[in-house]
Design a protein around this ligand. Structure first.
Ligand SMILES: Nc1nc2c(ncn2[C@@H]2O[C@H](COP(=O)(O)OP(=O)(O)OP(=O)(O)O)[C@@H](O)[C@H]2O)c(=O)[nH]1
Length: 311
């Protein structure tokens, strides 16, 4: 079984000869990144996000344990698996490394087949873990992010907006009278509509600009970091327009209806972690109000408490 070529292994060792030996063992199968000390290793781990780190225990200055502690402490590197490599053959060192969260331990002298087998095993496990994480974060019907992913992203965007004093906008989008559509054509056709609406929403938000997620049922959220109320309202209008252009009609009670959406929106400059739940509720309350006052419209929260920027 070959290792996947895209996977990256960072090797941190103060001895150039060890770096060369390990690099020679692995470089046909993976991209190898080298670091000559702990500080450089941490910098490269943050910047290049390797799939696995091989870390020498005995290094002058910051040793392997100190490096490991720093890697574990930083959210950007805390989940990257680390294999310790050392010439020490005392079981207490091995125990210490494993207790610190190392996934494995390789003793010097290095045997090519052992290094390859262990690296291969842990890269395979990393790949499986990433696949599971992805599955846990994606809505299977629409392939959009799911509610769990949205909750993670909004928490980190909220914190980042507090730190950088930036604004954040949120749209809660709900298909109008979707029950009528389902009653008319059945659940399977209703599913196709959910997929179409999802891809329209995803198309309106550029890569890296924000997050579109299926919140549940026929409700979606569009999170737009750094979008002002005016900019976010423009996105909401465009979404409504494009959904109308799908021209999805249904019949109900002798009348013909068309698939439209209602949108509740909110914008704020986050200042306090406690107001995060309130933020969603404010957008959602506006959605409810839009539903109760005729649907197919956008209503925006204008709450002083959340410091909505005045445009
Ligand atoms: N096809 C399909 N329908 C779904 C799915 N999830 C929720 N629904 C349907 O969405 C409909 C939601 O009904 P309601 O809550 O009454 O909402 P609505 O008919 O859209 O009415 P308003 O929201 O008030 O405009 C129900 O018919 C659900 O069965 C899904 O995954 N697939």
């Amino acid at each position: 079984m070959a290792m996947t070529s895209q996977q990256r292994v960072l090797v941190i060792d103060d001895e150039k000869i060890s770096l060369k030996v390990i690099s020679d063992i692995l470089r046909d199968d993976v991209e190898v990144i080298l670091a000559i000390n702990g500080e450089q290793g941490i910098r490269k781990a943050i910047e290049l996000q390797p799939d696995l780190i091989l870390l020498d225990v005995l290094m002058p200055g910051m040793d392997g344990y100190d490096t490991m502690a720093k890697l574990r402490h930083d959210v950007r590197t805390s989940t990257i698996p680390v294999i310790f490599i050392t010439a020490l053959n005392d079981s207490s060192h091995e125990e210490k490394a494993l207790l610190m969260g190392a996934c494995d331990y390789i003793q010097k002298p290095l045997y090519t087949n052992i290094v390859q087998a262990r690296v291969r095993l842990h890269l395979q496990l990393t790949k499986q873990r990433k696949m599971l994480e992805e599955l846990a974060n994606i809505d299977p019907l629409t392939s959009l992010a799911n509610r769990r992913r949205y909750e993670d992203v909004i928490s980190s965007e909220w914190q980042s907006a507090i730190e950088h004093q930036e604004c954040l906008s949120l749209l809660v989008v709900d298909i109008d009278n979707f029950k009528h559509y389902n009653d008319c054509y059945g659940h399977a056709t209703g599913d196709k509509v959910l997929k179409q609406v999802a891809s329209v929403l995803a198309m309106q938000v550029g890569l890296g600009e924000g997050l579109v997620a299926r919140y549940g049922g026929e409700e979606f959220v569009v999170l737009l970091p750094r979008f002002s109320q005016q900019e976010a309202t423009k996105v909401a209008h465009q979404c409504m327009l494009e959904i109308e252009r799908l021209n999805l009609c249904y019949h109900h009670g002798g009348e013909t209806g068309q698939v439209t959406v209602s949108v509740g929106g909110a914008t704020c400059y986050p200042q306090n972690s406690d107001l995060l739940c309130e933020f969603f509720d404010r957008a959602d309350n506006k959605l409810v109000q839009a539903k109760n006052t005729g649907k197919n419209k956008i209503l925006w929260d204008v709450s002083d408490k959340l410091n909505v920027p005045v445009k």
